[in-house]
Design a protein around this ligand. Structure first.
Ligand code: KIV
Ligand code: ZN
Length: 516
C-alpha cells in the first residue's frame, strides 16, 4: 500500500510551467532548473512531455541521466506512442515515473475526445497497464476532474488503481474549483473508492480564480498526499499553484497540518530567481515569499515593532526561504580562486574552464565600473556566460550608441554571423530601437518583438540591468536575456541571444492541445 510520511511535492515547472506562452526553455536551462529542484529536495520533477518534440525528449533524458535524488517523470497522453516515448525518455533515471492522463469531464469527453465514458475508462486502463509494463511508478490524471461527475470519477479511479496506478491525480484543469468544495471532493473520493488506500491522491490546481494554492491546501487537509505545483506559480494561463506558497503555508502552520514536506526551504529564493531569469517572467514585488517586498516593512509602526520583536509582524524568517541581505562579496582585487569559491557557495559550477575564465573576465570588468559586487551580480554574470552554451550563428563584437538631446539616436555595431564580422548601423526612435534595427539590418529575422523588459539586479544607478527580449516567429516564442551595467549593451545581448534561439529552434507542440 503506497503511503508517505511526508507531503509529496511534485514540481511541474519544466512541463506545465513551460506551457506558459513565452516560457519555452532550452535543454541546458531545463537541466539547470532541475538541479536547483533537486537541491530543494523536490520529490518528483515532471521534466517535460516526451512526445511533444525531440527537444523535450532530449531534455527529459538529460535530466534523467543527471538527477539522482528526485524521481524523474514524463507526461504522456493515454496513447501507446506517448507512453512508449515517455518510457524511453525517463529510462536512465535512478527513479522514474510515467504520468498518463485522459479527460473525464462531460464537456471534454463529448467535445474534445468525442468518446463515450465507457471508452474513456477502457483507454485509461489500457494505458496504465502499458505504462506499468515499462515502469513501477505510474501516475494517472483525470483531466478536468474539477468539472467531472463524482460517480464517474469514482468509477474511473477504481479501475485505474486496479490497473496499477499508484498515484491518482485530481487536476482542476481550468481553475474552476472553490476550496470547501474541492476539499470535499477529495474527502468523498477517499471515502467512496474501495481501493483508495492503494494509491496516493494528488492534486494539480490552476489559478484562473486565484485559488490554486487555497484549493491545494484544502485538498491536503482532506487527505491529499501529493501536491503538484511550480516555482513562482508559473503555468498555463493564470498559472499553477505556487510551490513556495504551498510549502511555506504547510511549514508555517504545522499547528493545523498533520504532515510536512521534505523541502529545503533555503533554496526557494535562488530557485525563484533562476526560473524568473530563464523564462523572462519577472516576480511581482508583492508576491508572497519570493517578491522583493515580501519581508520589507515600510510603515513606521511595523518597523518599530519588528525592531522590538521580529515576530510582531513577521510569521516567517527571511533567511529560512533563502533571502539574505545583499552581501558585499568581492571587489576588484579579488582573484580567480575567491571568485570560483563564492560561485560554488552560491551553487554555481561551470562545465568548462573557458566558461569560468570568461565569467571571471566579465567580473573584473564589472568590478572596475561598480564599487560593490553582490551575489546577485555574480548570478547574473554566470547566467549570461552560460547562455552561450549552444553558440548560435550571431554574436556581438562591439557597439557604439549615440544618444543626445535634439539628435536622432544612432547605433553602430560590429556583429559576427557564422564567424564572419559585419559592421551595421541604424537610426531609431531611441537607443534601444536603433540597436535592434541595426541588428535586423543584417539578420532580417522576420521576428515579432513581443516583450522588452529591464529589471535592476541590485539597487542603485550603478546596478546591472537585466534585459529580457521575447521574439516570436511562426508561432514559436523564445526569450533572450542579457545583463550588463550598460542597459543598451544588455539589450543587444538579449536580442542576439533570442535570435540565436530562434535560429536553432525545434518545433514544440502543446500537450493538451494535441488531438487525442
Ligand atoms: O491541468 C491539467 O489537467 C494538466 C494535466 C495534464 C495533469 O496539466
Ligand atoms: Zn495543468
Amino acid at each position: 500500500m503506497p503511503t508517505s510520511d511526508h507531503l509529496i511535492i511534485f514540481d511541474t515547472t519544466l512541463r506545465d510551467g513551460e506551457q506558459s506562452p513565452g516560457a519555452t526553455m532550452t535543454k541546458g536551462e531545463k537541466l539547470r532548473i532541475a538541479k536547483v529542484l533537486e537541491k530543494l529536495r523536490v520529490d518528483v520533477i515532471e521534466a517535460g512531455f516526451a512526445i511533444a518534440s525531440q527537444g523535450d525528449f532530449e531534455a527529459i533524458k538529460n535530466i534523467a541521466e543527471t538527477i539522482k535524488d528526485s524521481t524523474i517523470c514524463s507526461l504522456a497522453r493515454a496513447l501507446d506512442k506517448d507512453i512508449d516515448r515517455a518510457a524511453e525518455a525517463v529510462r536512465p533515471a535512478a527513479r522514474s515515473r510515467i504520468h498518463t492522463f485522459i479527460a473525464t469531464s462531460p464537456i471534454h469527453m463529448k467535445h474534445k475526445l468525442q468518446m463515450q465514458p465507457d471508452e474513456v475508462v477502457e483507454q485509461a486502463v489500457r494505458s496504465i497497464k502499458r505504462a506499468r509494463s515499462h515502469v513501477e511508478d505510474v501516475e494517472f490524471s483525470c483531466e478536468d476532474a474539477g468539472r467531472s461527475e463524482l460517480d464517474f470519477l469514482c468509477r474511473v479511479i477504481e479501475a485505474a488503481i486496479d490497473a496499477g496506478a499508484s498515484t491518482i491525480n485530481i487536476p482542476d484543469t481550468v481553475g474552476y474549483a472553490i476550496p470547501e468544495q474541492f476539499g470535499e471532493t477529495i474527502k468523498q473520493l477517499l471515502n467512496r473508492i474501495p481501493n483508495a488506500d492503494k494509491a496516493i491522491f494528488s492534486v494539480h490546481c490552476h489559478n484562473d480564480l486565484g485559488l490554486a494554492v487555497a484549493n491545494s491546501l484544502a485538498a491536503v487537509s482532506h487527505g491529499a498526499g501529493q501536491v503538484e505545483c511550480t516555482i513562482n506559480g508559473l503555468g498555463e494561463r493564470a498559472g499553477n499553484a505556487s510551490l513556495e506558497e504551498i510549502v511555506m503555508a504547510v511549514r508555517t502552520r504545522q499547528d493545523l497540518y498533520t504532515i510536512d514536506t521534505r523541502i529545503d526551504t533555503q533554496h526557494i529564493v535562488p530557485a525563484s530567481r533562476l526560473v524568473s531569469t530563464i523564462t523572462g517572467f519577472p516576480v511581482q514585488p508583492n508576491k508572497a515569499i519570493v517578491g522583493a517586498n515580501a519581508f520589507a516593512h515600510e510603515s513606521g509602526i511595523h518597523q518599530d515593532g519588528v525592531l522590538k520583536h521580529r515576530e510582531t509582524y513577521e510569521i516567517m524568517r527571511a533567511q529560512d526561504v533563502g533571502w539574505h541581505t545583499n552581501s558585499l562579496v568581492l571587489g576588484k582585487h579579488s582573484g580567480r580562486n575567491a571568485f570560483r569559491s563564492r560561485l560554488l557557495e552560491l551553487g554555481i559550477q561551470f562545465d568548462t574552464d573557458t566558461e569560468l575564465n570568461e565569467a571571471f573576465t566579465r567580473f573584473k570588468a564589472m568590478a572596475d565600473l561598480k564599487h560593490e559586487i553582490f551575489d546577485e551580480d555574480l548570478q547574473a554574470i554566470a547566467s549570461d556566460t552560460r547562455q552561450k552554451e549552444d553558440d548560435g550563428p550571431f554574436g556581438l563584437v562591439c557597439m557604439q550608441v549615440c544618444s543626445e538631446t535634439g539628435v536622432v539616436p544612432r547605433a553602430r555595431l560590429t556583429l559576427t554571423m557564422d564567424g564572419t564580422e559585419h559592421k551595421v548601423e541604424s537610426e531609431g526612435s531611441g537607443p534601444v530601437d536603433a540597436t535592434f534595427k541595426a541588428i535586423e539590418s543584417l539578420v532580417d529575422s522576420g521576428c515579432n518583438l513581443q516583450l522588452y523588459s529591464v529589471n535592476n539586479i541590485t539597487s542603485g544607478t550603478d546596478a546591472q540591468g537585466e534585459v529580457t527580449v521575447r521574439l516570436e516567429r511562426g508561432g514559436r516564442i523564445v526569450n533572450g536575456v542579457g545583463a550588463d551595467t550598460d542597459i543598451i549593451i544588455a539589450s543587444a545581448r538579449a536580442y542576439i541571444e533570442a535570435l540565436n534561439l530562434i535560429s536553432r529552434g525545434a518545433e514544440k507542440r502543446h500537450p493538451q492541445g494535441a488531438d487525442v
